[in-house]
Design a protein around this ligand. Structure first.
Ligand SMILES: Cc1ncc(COP(=O)(O)O)c(C=O)c1O
Length: 399
């Protein structure tokens, strides 16, 4: 099929929930993708913070091929070796004692909400009175997914209203505002969910005092602290987990996007205290943690958790931020972020810069109306970063 035929078929047969440019991506290698017309782009989107190892990583391919030859899917009714290996690896590289697998970021967050409610109920069983400890506190500008529970915790009236009623029991507080969080907390709260670095909301890192204060508030009210590291976790912040850069440990952490190197997978990492409240058949999924995705994820976590890999991510992230700060454009208001999750705040619409990116061989994505988000594969190197910055300069230079 030629390019236009593919686009026509997509527009005739696919539910139109995406707005796509007139390009058809065909293959990728390293940090670059090539479209059906043979045009090459440096990928600063990486599947929206998914393809941490870029395209064609030999270790991911080897893990995929080896497992594909053995076993793709069996039910969670049975043990499989890759799932056990991955769970052990995730626990050994984090605060967690136990892991539960999900299929994406939204379903990981919804699993975490269920576990928080179950935990609260278990602890309340001996307490007298009606059970009202089911509320969840989430934050303005946060993003946790588009299913009914995760959407309820996502502060976007535009995304929420057409689908109401959503999951009840969510309260919002202002991000990076401890007084607002304290006002939203109460003994009727079972969990608080926060992104240590907000991604979709415009790349806003939490302040250390804010996260430390949330930890304290959760202790005070016997609520669980959930860090949503779906976007900022697994190396993107320059540490394996963003919480490690804050010295604040959550009770649960949700991960997804890069976990299986581009295959769909999510996970909830938790302490033993949380795990103790969850019992057989409380929760389940047909596909989650299947042997194929688990084998690929184990290869990814092995690689991304190496100190030298994380050190390179931090160094390249610092270099990219420094180079972006040197861009000559009156339209840049701020450069912020951590590791290789970087926001360039503009006074012009990010969508227009994204469009110009295609003409300059760059895949870009916005985060909110006027923030350009740079989340390239974590394997990007300095010469490629220089090329990205040169192309951005060409785009913004005569805007
Ligand atoms: C922080 C965060 N949480 C959750 C999600 C939802 O993930 P998914 O699209 O895999 O459901 C996203 C997606 O962008 C995200 O950035």
């Amino acid at each position: 099929m030629d390019t236009q035929k593919i686009i026509d078929a997509e527009q005739s047969y696919l539910l139109q929930v995406y707005q796509r440019p007139n390009i058809v991506l065909e293959r990728g290698q390293g940090c670059r993708v090539v479209d059906s017309q043979g045009r090459e782009y440096i990928d600063c989107v990486a599947g929206i913070a998914v393809n941490a190892l870029g395209y064609g990583d030999p270790d991911l391919l080897a893990a995929l091929h080896e497992q594909a030859d053995k076993l793709w899917h069996v039910s969670n009714l049975y043990h499989t070796e890759p799932q056990a290996r991955l769970a052990k690896l995730l626990c050994e590289t984090s605060f967690a004692d136990r892991v539960h697998f999900a299929n994406c970021g939204a379903s990981a967050n919804e699993s975490a909400f269920k576990f928080a409610r179950r935990y609260a109920r278990e602890r309340a069983q001996s307490a007298a009175g009606p059970f009202d400890k089911y509320h969840i506190v989430a934050f303005t500008n946060g993003f946790h997914g588009r299913l009914f529970g995760s959407l309820a915790a996502t502060d976007r009236p535009k995304y929420q209203q057409p689908f109401e009623p959503l999951m009840p029991g969510v309260r919002f507080a202002a991000f990076n505002d401890l007084a607002s969080a304290a006002a939203a907390m109460g003994d009727d709260v079972c969990a608080l969910i926060v992104e240590p670095i907000q991604g979709e909301g415009g790349v806003h890192p939490a302040t250390p005092e804010f996260l430390a204060g949330l930890r304290q508030l959760c202790r005070q009210h016997d609520a669980l602290l959930i860090f949503d590291e779906v976007q900022c976790g697994l190396g993107r912040s320059g540490a394996l987990w963003a919480y490690q850069t804050y010295d604040v440990t959550p009770d649960m952490l949700t991960a997804a996007k890069p976990l299986a190197g581009g295959l769909p997978m999510g996970a909830v990492l938790m302490t033993q205290a949380v795990a103790d409240a969850i019992h057989p058949f409380d929760h389940a999924s047909t596909f989650a943690g299947g042997p194929l995705v688990s084998a690929v994820a184990a290869a990814l976590v092995q690689k991304v958790s190496q100190p030298a890999f994380l050190q390179a991510t931090r160094a390249n992230g610092d270099y990219l931020r420094q180079r972006l700060a040197e861009l000559k454009s009156p339209h840049i208001l701020a450069v912020r972020g951590a590791g290789l999750l970087i926001g360039l705040e503009l006074d012009i619409p990010a969508a227009e810069v994204v469009s110009a990116g295609y003409r300059h061989g760059l895949l870009l994505v916005g985060a909110g109306p006027n923030v350009l988000r740079l989340a390239p594969p974590l394997i990007i190197d300095r010469p490629e970063i220089d090329q990205v910055v040169e192309r951005l300069q060409a785009i913004l230079g005569d805007w």
